[in-house]
Write a protein that binds this ligand. Structure first.
Ligand code: ATP
Length: 403
């Protein structure tokens, strides 16, 4: 397994992730995503939405700041803490809304996105009249004043979560829990994470939160703990705990939806994953050092859907006008459909190395032969094999492989 130091250094050198507030000595637990990091993070989010947004799943984007009553009702004001010396230390960041800095103006930066979903449950029901089972999904920032942020993106104070709350009849909760558990593991492996680096950790009765019916973590082999494995995603059956917290006495039970569904409070199954931890897992898993043509190289074997750049275009010689013009034409065609990079600096071998390091799956070279027969070479990142393909088939070639 690649060391965290190598990943941190690659991430900085190639513009994936920088230390937060770096030029002022940093701010512990914060990280800034660079140009390639942004692209890769967007790809992770897109694939998550793709997997989540079935017809009966609704998207939401709730505010980061919420009325402090939300966090009182959810139990976070009282219980969201880690032990610190004699006292418990609450992990929520506190601030003030408005000009007064008194108790009544206290607001918290959300420590998870989930509560934003629960407090909007009735709004979604009233607007869309969904039948059980249905879900509400959200991606957004979360903040935790971790006592010791550490291990790069693994434990930071500002991070991003992707959460689905899937509401169902209590009698079906076990089935949905099991389906979602399977579905989430498949999501990671289908996007290229090696099976042997992932495992389930099913919680025993004594490990469960008091409100949880069942909990499983999907763990990745980050190499940060004794076993090597640490939590990447948590999947929980949260029962009816949260809805009951926010709608005490179930005053909303008269609501048309609940009446129709038989008068019970739905249970909720929640898969919750930190994007930053997923990002780190994708990077670590893709990292490889191998040899091509007798030369050592460092390569990120990212799944093409996750790779920040899909294709790079190289004019063989950077000073020949007709080659440059043809390469521009190819570049302009490709960039309409894919994130495409242009590189005309140094020999082709060097350009390949640069793209390998950022995980670009395909490199296209325009050479003298292109001018004669409209073919280009396309080179595969993982095998380093090159093929000649007609320019007019290039789009299809890449599209087929992206699927
Ligand atoms: P841990 O036990 O590692 O502190 P947790 O069980 O408190 O995590 P959850 O509250 O279940 O985490 O949050 C869901 C997901 O959010 C986690 O699986 C993880 O991917 C992510 N996450 C939680 N805390 C952090 C953090 N400080 N930095 C980055 N990601 C985090």
């Amino acid at each position: 397994m690649v060391s965290l130091e190598k990943i941190v250094s690659l991430a900085k050198r190639r513009g994936f992730v920088f230390q937060g507030s770096e030029i002022y000595g940093g701010l512990a637990g914060t990280w800034d995503y660079g140009p390639l990091g942004v692209l890769m993070k967007e790809n992770i989010k897109r694939e998550w939405w793709r997997a989540m947004l079935e017809p009966h799943v609704f998207a939401l984007d709730s505010a980061i700041l919420a009325n402090s009553k939300v966090w009182e009702a959810s139990g976070h004001v009282e219980n969201f803490s880690d032990p610190l010396g004699e006292q418990q230390f609450n992990l929520m960041f506190k601030t003030h809304a408005g000009a007064l800095e008194n108790e009544s103006a206290t607001v918290y930066l959300r420590p998870e996105t989930a509560q934003g979903i629960f407090i909007n449950f009735k709004n979604v029901v009233d607007a869309f009249h969904p039948k059980l089972a249905f879900g509400i999904a959200q991606i957004g920032k979360a903040f935790r004043n971790e006592i010791t942020p550490r291990n790069f993106l693994f434990r930071s104070r500002e991070f991003e979560q992707m959460e689905l709350e899937y509401f169902c009849e209590p009698k079906n909760a076990d089935k949905y829990f099991s389906d979602i558990r399977t579905m989430r593991m498949k999501w990671f492996t289908s996007l290229g994470i090696k099976k042997e680096n992932l495992q389930f950790h099913d919680y025993g009765k004594d490990e469960l939160a008091h409100y949880a019916g069942a909990t499983t973590d999907i763990e990745y082999r980050y190499g940060l703990s004794e076993s090597g494995f640490s939590e990447l995603e948590g999947i929980a059956n949260r029962t009816d705990f949260d809805l009951k917290n926010h709608f005490p006495g179930c005053s909303w039970i008269d609501n048309e939806f609940v009446a129709r569904e038989g008068g019970f409070v739905p249970y909720v199954i929640e898969p919750s994953v930190g994007i930053d931890r997923a990002f780190l897992a994708f990077l670590m898993d893709a990292y490889a050092e191998d040899e091509v043509g007798g030369e050592k190289r460092m390569v990120l074997k990212l799944h093409p859907k996750i790779a920040p750049v899909k294709v790079a275009v190289f004019p063989l010689v950077g000073n020949k006008e007709n080659i440059m013009a043809k390469a521009r034409e190819v570049f302009d065609t490709l960039r309409k459909d894919f994130t495409t990079r242009w590189d005309d600096i140094g020999n082709i071998g060097k350009r390949y190395r640069r793209q390998d390091e950022i995980g670009t799956p395909w490199c296209v070279t325009i050479d003298y032969q292109t001018l004669e027969d409209s073919t280009v070479t396309i080179r595969d990142r993982d095998t380093a094999k090159q093929e000649r393909v007609e320019v007019k088939e290039l789009l299809q070639y890449i599209q087929d492989r992206l699927k």
